[in-house]
Write a protein that binds this ligand. Structure first.
Ligand code: T3D
Length: 264
């Protein structure tokens, strides 16, 4: 196990677990935490031993978004250039999560607010503790949903719910989020981590190359026409069909045994 001050990193059984680790501040994001998390996702991208990522938070929250202590107007000086920090930190993080050719699971262990909520929603499969809440806190600050939030809310929920959540900052319970299709599942608090780890381990033993293509195909569907998506499926299936994992999957089926995927 290696750990920095702000993100704990652990690789076990093909699962890279990244734990946001500023529990006293509900894991609010500082530049140091951004750097550590970005390093974690960079490792996930380059290390073939990493076949799934599990993102969660230490303590009672997942993440309360940007650390507002770093934005205190009472300290004087010019207004911060938030466009710069979005471009430097949040946008590359969301692109790293969505662009990673491996499954990313979020285990939302408690409140997820502002960019903290939207980072969770950028993950491929979101499990949340029943006590967790998702809050688009931006409205309370005069800001706009960021970290892909305006996109994710609209795509997952439609304009009516996206606008209401973004304009009111009303908390959404895990159960409601699951019922609306904002996340995959709400899970009793004391079994969240067991269930999330079991799912991550299962995915880490899967056909990683095919999973990467599947993830990119589903993401492309948001903007593609059916015609373009059919072409993309043809191309991706051609590539998947040449993978060692496909050969192993078919062989295992014919030999009536469990496949042993290598992730290639
Ligand atoms: O700036 C840019 O670069 C642009 C990007 C912006 C992205 C964003 O994320 S903007 C949105 C920022 N986040 C928020 O506005 C949420 C602020 N937090 C809250 O509204 C509440 O803390 C929660 C609803 C999330 C949870 O409430 P509660 O009652 O369960 O906990 P609490 O008592 O408010 O918080 C516990 C501690 O965490 C407390 O510290 P203390 O007083 O015990 O020393 C609180 O100040 C701290 N904390 C919570 N959120 C933040 C935070 N500290 C700094 N920044 C935070 N975002």
């Amino acid at each position: 196990m290696t750990s920095s001050e702000t993100v704990i990193e652990r690789l076990e059984g093909g699962v890279l677990t990244l734990v946001l680790n500023r529990p006293d501040k509900l894991n609010a994001f500082t530049p140091a935490m951004h750097d550590a998390l970005r390093a974690g996702f960079a490792r996930a991208a380059r290390d073939a031993d990493v076949r799934a990522v599990l993102l969660t938070g230490a303590g009672r929250g997942f993440s309360a978004g940007q650390d507002l202590g770093d934005r205190d107007p009472r300290k004087g000086g010019p207004a911060p250039d938030l466009g710069e920090t979005i471009g430097r930190y949040y946008n590359p993080l969301i692109r790293a999560i969505r662009g990673l050719d491996k499954p990313v699971i979020a285990a939302v262990n408690g409140v997820a607010a502002g960019a903290g909520a939207n980072i969770a929603l950028a993950c491929d499969i979101v499990l949340a503790a029943q006590s967790a809440r998702f809050i688009q806190a931006f409205a309370k600050l005069g800001l706009v949903p960021d970290a892909g939030g305006s996109w994710a809310l609209t795509h997952l929920l439609g304009e009516a719910r996206a606008k209401a959540l973004a304009l009111t900052a009303e908390p959404v319970s895990a159960a409601q989020a699951a019922e609306w299709g904002l996340i995959w599942k709400a899970i009793p608090d004391d079994s969240l981590m067991d269930e999330a780890q079991a799912l991550a381990r299962r995915l880490a033993q899967g056909p990683t190359f095919g999973f990467g293509l599947t993830k990119q195909a589903i993401q492309a569907a948001s903007t593609n026409t059916l015609d373009a998506q059919l072409d993309l499926e043809q191309d991706f299936q051609q590539r998947a069909g040449r993978s060692a994992d496909y050969a192993e999957g078919v062989t295992a089926f014919l030999e009536k045994r469990q496949p042993r995927f290598q992730g290639q």
